[in-house]
Design a protein around this ligand. Structure first.
Ligand SMILES: *Cc1c(COP(=O)(O)O)cnc(C)c1O
Length: 366
């Protein structure tokens, strides 16, 4: 049996008519940028995130970039983040001219280790950018305590964790701002690129809106150099159709994860650790196994989808060589990068599919 890592067609089949109707409505209106559909989505995403404001943007990457720019972070500044993340987190810091300063991760949650953050704070530090990896939020209380003590902004990279919670609080609602991605493979995925920033800070909200449109206000008057970070209504209508299903889809992912956890219990397969403070949305279900690369190759040979998120930590990426890091600088991230692999966990998986995945792994490793 073939098991894809993700099957977007299965989900689309359940909402196709509504999405097509929404897209047709946008096309008929010929309001193709911004407008009421984008505003409705901003309202609803802010609401499910327990935030006052939402700013629709062109991608998760541009959500992060817009936040950094709107917080006036640039050359000479430092932003503390994790090396164990998708490239965009660190790429955006670098693109503003600021210096990414890495702090290693917690070996269980794979999120930034708060106990190591304070040692990385300098007089140039302007912000902390924790990443809520795989759907589970970082340990936000100590992060916020350090940020408050040193007067730092906190930008939550919640691209993988929309509606995830920490001590009952929603992703994006604890920091200065939270950033979501609507990349199609995220739990709430669009029909192309898209993203959103949420915040409770009215001044920051105004700047985010302005920065999204070339720093322009009023028309053709530019106080800042912004960008074109706008969200299209064609994305908004698709996302508005999907949003009411998000909780049940995330619940189905958690049930798939629980199924795997039970099957892997007592084996060499290390299943994900979820903190009792958190409810994850399992954008990824990542296990750790011995001989990881052989296991990946074996699954691929059997047409079972799997993926390594992420094989190379940011501090070892060629483009960040000027930062001067070397192998061994962030050992917990490096070890995770060598042992971790993601299994299919999407909501529409059947038990037979999960059994196929489990059996392929356990037979190979036994
Ligand atoms: C997906 C992702 C992003 C970037 O989002 P895009 O919409 O693809 O630009 C940023 N950070 C993390 C952790 C992500 O997973």
């Amino acid at each position: 049996m073939q098991v894809p890592l993700l099957d977007l067609k299965a989900q689309y089949a359940t909402i196709k008519d509504e999405v097509l109707a929404g897209v047709a409505e946008v096309l008929e209106s010929q309001r193709c940028i911004g407008g009421p559909k984008v505003e409705e989505l901003e309202k609803q995403i802010a609401e499910v995130s327990d935030c006052r404001y939402g700013v629709g943007v062109s991608s998760g990457t541009d959500a992060l970039l817009n936040c950094l720019m709107s917080l006036k972070i640039g050359a000479g500044d430092e932003v503390i983040t994790t090396p164990f993340t998708f490239f965009a987190t660190v790429g955006c810091i670098s693109r503003t001219g600021a210096k990414p300063v890495f702090v290693d991760i917690d070996p269980q949650t794979y999120n930034i280790d708060p106990a190591q953050i304070e040692a990385a704070v300098t007089e140039n530090t302007k912000a902390i950018m924790p990443v809520h990896l795989y759907g589970q939020m970082a340990d936000m209380d100590p992060i916020m305590a350090i940020a408050n003590k040193h007067g730092l902004a906190v930008i939550e990279d919640a691209a993988q964790s929309i509606t995830s919670t920490y001590k009952g609080k929603k992703a994006g609602s604890l920091g200065t701002a939270g950033c979501f991605s609507f990349f199609p493979s995220k739990n709430l995925g669009g029909i192309g690129d898209g993203g959103m920033v949420v915040t409770n800070d009215e001044t920051l909200y105004q700047r985010l809106v302005q920065m999204r449109n070339h720093g322009m206000a009023p028309k053709y008057y530019h106080k800042y150099v912004g960008g074109n970070f706008r969200l299209d209504p064609i994305q908004a209508v698709a996302l508005l159709v999907k949003l009411p299903h998000l909780d049940s889809w995330s619940e189905a992912r958690r049930q798939n994860a629980a199924y795997y956890n039970e099957k892997f219990a007592g084996t060499v397969v290390q299943t994900p650790y979820i903190s009792p403070d958190c409810q994850t949305i399992y954008n990824q279900y990542c296990i750790r196994v011995p001989r990881r690369d052989e296991v990946v190759a074996h699954l691929q040979s059997k047409n079972i989808g799997c993926e390594i998120y992420y094989p190379v930590p940011a501090h070892l990426q060629v483009c960040f060589a000027p930062l001067g890091h070397k192998q061994g600088d962030f050992p917990v991230s490096e070890k995770a990068a060598g042992e971790i692999m993601a299994l299919p966990v999407y909501p529409e998986l059947t038990d037979a599919m999960k059994d196929t995945v489990v059996e392929a792994i356990l037979t190979f490793l036994s």
